[in-house]
Design a binder for this molecule. Structure first.
Ligand code: MLT
Length: 312
């Protein structure tokens, strides 16, 4: 009976709205990726996908909610590198980043940019480092909480420059960006899926990209490498997950839908405009996401496990 039911449910799937959980606040980079993907998937699946932001604890509240959801394909998690840092930084989280999920596929890689409130005096990354050093008791760095992309970039930056400034955690870099533009916080490293439009509108000052070479979408922005901090290199990968136990035919249907969404020329173009790179079709698979997640959990356990600042 179960097989029959599963089989039948897979054939009729989806027959109601799907929830795609983003474990960070609305308006941030992950939210932007999710809405792009959800919109394209709902078109090719012929069903609605509603994005729900469940933020807090560096993304582990939202991920935990999906881990406990009915494994029927109607609740999904779109998460980024945070899925791989949680095992180290949130050892008491009520779920296992790998065992509690069915990986569906990788999505896109997103570079980051170091930005500040528009009236911060420094003009280059080197000047920002010098300014931060001279104002270390005043200057504040915004991030989305321990384990998030903005946290990892800030930690890397501070390790590489010997800086140790106050960090202000937000529920996502959507809200952090509002405070940065408003001057309530001084600088932040965030993904181009969020910062590109603000940089182009001169609402924030930009210093460098966390890439070896300049981004075609921000040709006027020096790379970290040419700014004298070549090891400030970070690209944020994203994956789509369902709860463990979601029937294989349903996972397969979701994987095919995600692949079709990422092959859509308009979706590819939109990601490109945001400085992001959609992964090749061969990586939009459960096996590729499973392997990436396992490798990244090991990588960040090594980096974070030995880093005092990792917990703030
Ligand atoms: C991050 O730093 O990981 C992002 O800010 C999360 C988000 O807000 O999308």
């Amino acid at each position: 009976v179960l097989t029959l039911a599963t089989g039948a449910s897979a054939q009729t799937f989806p027959d109601r709205a799907i929830t795609m959980v983003v474990p960070y606040a609305a308006g941030g980079p992950t939210d932007t990726v999710a809405r792009l993907v959800a919109d394209a998937m709902s078109r090719n699946l012929g069903g609605r996908i509603v994005v729900e932001n469940i933020s807090g604890a560096g993304g582990t509240l939202g991920a935990g909610r999906v881990a406990k959801a009915d494994p029927n394909g109607y609740t999904l998690l779109l998460n980024h590198i945070g899925q791989a840092t949680a095992p180290t930084l949130y050892p008491n989280a009520p779920y296992d980043s790998q065992a509690a999920f069915e990986p569906i596929g990788l999505i896109a890689d997103v570079p980051m940019t170091m930005v500040s409130r528009p009236d911060l005096p420094p003009k280059t990354l080197a000047e920002l480092i010098d300014y931060a050093r001279k104002n270390k008791d005043k200057i504040t760095y915004a991030n989305a909480g321990p384990g998030t992309a903005s946290h990892l970039c800030g930690m890397l930056f501070m390790n590489l420059t010997g800086l140790d400034v106050t960090t202000v955690p937000y529920k996502g870099t959507g809200p952090a960006m509002i405070d940065l533009i408003g001057g309530q916080v001084d600088f932040m490293c965030d993904q181009t899926t969020n910062t590109t439009s603000y940089i182009r509108a001169d609402k924030v000052k930009v210093y460098a990209t966390t890439t070896a070479t300049r981004l075609p979408t921000l040709p006027q922005v020096p790379s970290a490498a040419e700014s004298g901090v070549p090891d400030l290199s970070l690209s944020i990968w994203h994956g789509l997950y369902a709860p463990k136990g979601t029937p294989a035919p349903v996972v397969e249907k979701l994987q095919k839908s995600l692949l079709a969404a990422l092959e859509d020329p308009q979706v590819k173009e939109r990601f490109k405009e945001l400085g992001a790179l959609v992964v090749p079709p061969g990586e939009v698979t459960p096996a590729a996401l499973k392997a990436k997640l396992a490798a990244e959990i090991t990588r960040w356990h090594t980096v974070l496990g030995s880093d005092r600042s990792a917990r703030n």
